[in-house]
Design a protein around this ligand. Structure first.
Ligand SMILES: Cc1cc2nc3c(=O)[nH]c(=O)nc-3n(C[C@H](O)[C@H](O)[C@H](O)COP(=O)(O)OP(=O)(O)OC[C@H]3O[C@@H](n4cnc5c(N)ncnc54)[C@H](O)[C@@H]3O)c2cc1C
Length: 383
């Protein structure tokens, strides 16, 4: 992936934003279990950060996906995982299908304010009974004249308590599970839609997560994104950006784990010298940095393929898998070198260890990525 002067400019803008507008407040937001999305997103919207790849007609900058990846990487320098994830939901999880397949009217109403930061979005796919098995969702959107009536519930929805709209995957008929779904935009204030209490989580605490309930929620059929019955396909496409973005965020967060561990072990004196003088620690940190560079290279390779219009499913799944794997090993190993301090909630490594654990589960668990990769390698048993 060719990094140009323009990429570096975007990197600098994002890094400054993270350093000035996010990191000083992370402790407060983590303790509160929520960050002020409205205020933060407006500031990001003013800088153009919420519409990097989106069409200019709706306030975006219309750059290629390599810029989004540089943005994601720098968001990863935040001192928590929750805020970058919430931003990623807005930019790369609940809006890609809307931008690509939504009608002009729908994009004017929902995409433009999401890009300017005047509106907060959520992606509502997972349900209490269906997470990995996306095709198994049971929420329905039944046609009634010119409307849909939505019934069901969605689980673990990021930004839910602050959202202005939800991009909802629902079954619009009873045909085959891959052809019976649609993506529908549902404004949060629609009668019958309610949001549960904020869920208490192991990590990602500055990001709000909640269940969303639909009880005869009526929305006009023009709120459907693209064609009826194409929702599963659109969501699978949308997942590619979600997974690339998630993997790109992780690179800098892992480096944060490594660098903060170098600092800690350099300052920590044991047996009369810095802990970092132990070769076993130096070697493990060297190995972690090597693995992180390999992840970066994989993310860049996938991005280049995506930008050139190639099928990125296998590479994006590999990048997401590698990110998930490293998020389970690197923060954990770093925490070990922090000793008792690592076990304290107040330490950065403790937070990153808790936050990063989600990467192997959310946006498609590691096993789901392996299943996709195996399918694309042609190693599944033939039917
Ligand atoms: C903090 C947080 C934020 C989230 N935000 C959102 C959001 O904004 N919107 C949204 O729609 N969802 C969101 N999710 C949901 C998330 O995407 C799901 O949790 C995830 O897809 C896994 O689904 P599940 O929890 O139902 O796990 P299950 O499907 O029950 O799977 C459990 C485990 O089984 C294993 N497994 C699954 N499939 C296979 C397989 N094919 N082969 C072998 N093993 C397998 C994996 O180890 C997996 O972790 C969020 C979740 C969390 C925790």
């Amino acid at each position: 992936m060719l990094i140009t002067h323009e990429h570096e400019e975007l990197r600098r803008t994002t890094r400054n934003f993270v350093e000035q507008e996010i990191n000083p407040f992370v402790d407060e937001w983590e303790a509160a279990g929520i960050f002020p999305a409205q205020e933060l997103f407006r500031k990001m919207g003013n800088l153009g950060l919420l519409g990097i790849t989106k069409p200019e007609a709706y306030g975006g900058i219309n750059l290629d996906y390599s810029y989004e990846v540089v943005f994601a990487e720098e968001m990863g320098s935040a001192l928590c995982g929750g805020v970058p994830m919430a931003v990623g939901v807005q930019t790369n999880m609940c809006t890609p299908a809307l931008a690509l397949h939504g009608s002009d009217e729908l994009r004017e109403e929902f995409l433009a304010p999401a890009i300017s930061g005047d509106s907060i979005g959520s992606i509502a796919v997972s349900e209490p009974g269906a997470g990995s098995d996306v095709a198994g969702i049971t929420t329905t959107a039944t046609k009634d004249g010119g409307d849909y009536i939505i019934n069901g519930s969605k689980m673990w929805i990021t930004n839910a308590t602050q959202a202005d709209f939800f991009c909802v995957l629902a079954n619009t008929d009873t045909s085959h599970k891959h052809n019976n779904k649609s993506l529908i935009i549902v404004p949060a204030r629609t009668p019958g839609l309610s949001v549960g209490n904020r869920l208490k989580k192991m990590g990602m605490r500055s990001s709000d997560t909640a269940q969303v309930f639909f009880d005869n929620v009526r929305v006009p059929r023009r709120y459907r994104i693209g064609e009826e019955g194409m929702g599963f396909t659109y969501q699978m496409q949308q997942f590619q950006e979600e997974r690339l973005f998630a993997a790109a965020i992780v690179v800098k967060t892992l480096e944060n784990c490594i660098n903060s561990t170098i600092d800690h072990t350099r300052k920590r004196i044991a047996y009369g010298e810095p802990l970092l003088n132990k070769q076993v620690i130096q070697f493990q940190l060297a190995e972690m940095q090597t693995e992180t560079e390999a992840l970066r290279a994989l993310v860049y390779q996938a991005t280049e393929t995506y930008v050139k219009g190639g099928n990125v499913t296998k590479l994006a799944s590999m990048a997401k898998l590698k990110a998930g794997r490293l998020c389970r090993s690197i923060p954990e190993q770093c925490l070990q070198f922090w000793g008792g301090m690592g076990y304290m909630e107040e330490s950065l490594i403790n937070r990153l260890c808790r936050d990063m654990r989600l990467v192997a589960i959310g946006a498609g668990a590691d096993e789901v990525m392996l299943a996709i990769i195996a399918k694309m390698m042609g190693t599944l048993p033939r039917e």
